[in-house]
Ligand binder design. Structure first.
Ligand SMILES: Cc1ncc(COP(=O)(O)O)c(C=O)c1O
Length: 285
């Protein structure tokens, strides 16, 4: 990621190459921080309040102090104005600080949007499924597994993407026991049969994606019904189209699953219509 700006709670804008954490911050030692990623469109962060609310939920799930959402909002909006930021990815991080009482650190990191997204949206992604080997009920109900929490302990998620790339794929989709479809390492998963969109329900312990929420709201207006549930891999594999949703990559078609085409193997109409609707909503602020 090419960094555009860095702003720290209590300090404001700082040189992005400057260190902002102590070496004994538990964020670093234990991967115990909460984070959020959203996208800035024409100077407006998409659904910032929803991301801040989810940051607080993640912090609570990890027993971190509650972040000051208003202070974060001011930090973000101030940085966007001072640096004249137009289009960017925006990562918010909230750490517990040191176990010796160093205090929490909150920062907002703005980065350039990676250039590869638009060609990938045209081509569609090649995705592999990867088993997690746990029942989906456990992911949602065992608080120590941190299902649905955006913590900085994403090393396993990044290892899954690296595994996908070793297989010549672009991304991965996690499966719970019995091939129950969960989510990608950084995305929610969708597929379509006729005019119905399907997506795993939150009871599978997936992250309540903000883009997922947008799709749930926008789909009926575009002529699609949505069903949420507990679905097996075979239902995704035999769909007419599939796509992922996430804040920075937005709606991204999936055209190959474990080497076999989904539908006609091309990017589908629902992903395209939702992508247009997302951009329209984002530009309205
Ligand atoms: C595990 C996981 N699922 C889903 C998502 C998509 O969430 P959102 O639409 O809020 O970006 C993310 C985003 O990073 C994620 O990390």
């Amino acid at each position: 990621m090419s960094t555009l700006a860095l702003a720290v709670l209590g300090r404001g804008l700082v040189d992005p190459t400057e260190p902002v954490l102590r070496a004994d911050d538990l964020a670093l030692l234990r991967g115990q921080a909460a984070f959020e990623t959203t996208r800035v469109y024409a100077g407006k962060p998409f659904r910032l309040d929803d991301h801040l609310a989810r940051l607080s939920i993640s912090a609570a799930r990890m027993d971190l102090p509650k972040p000051d959402e208003e202070a974060f909002r001011e930090l973000v909006m101030g940085a966007i104005e001072l640096k004249a930021i137009e289009d960017a990815s925006l990562r918010l991080v909230w750490t517990p600080g040191s176990s010796e009482g160093g205090g929490s650190v909150g920062f907002a990191l703005f980065g350039a949007i990676p250039p590869g997204h638009e060609p990938l949206r045209t081509r569609g992604m090649n995705v592999i499924t990867l088993p997690l080997g746990v029942p989906y009920e456990l992911r949602a109900k065992a608080p120590w597994i941190l299902g649905g929490v955006k913590s900085t302990s994403y090393a396993a998620n990044m290892a899954a993407i690296a595994e996908a790339e070793r297989h010549g794929a672009d991304d991965a989709i996690f499966l719970a026991e019995d091939e129950v479809v969960l989510e990608g390492p950084k995305t929610n998963v969708w597929w379509r049969r006729g005019q119905t969109l399907f997506t795993p329900s939150l009871e599978t312990g997936i992250l309540a994606g903000i883009t997922r929420e947008f799709v749930l709201e926008a789909a009926p207006g575009l002529g699609y019904e949505v069903e949420q549930g507990v679905y097996r891999r075979s239902e995704l594999a035999t769909a007419e189209e599939a796509f992922t949703s996430s804040s920075v990559r937005e709606l991204m078609p999936v055209v190959l699953l474990d080497g076999s085409p989904i539908g006609d193997g091309r990017a589908g109409p629902a992903a395209a219509a939702l992508q247009l609707a997302l951009r329209r909503t984002a530009s309205e602020g």
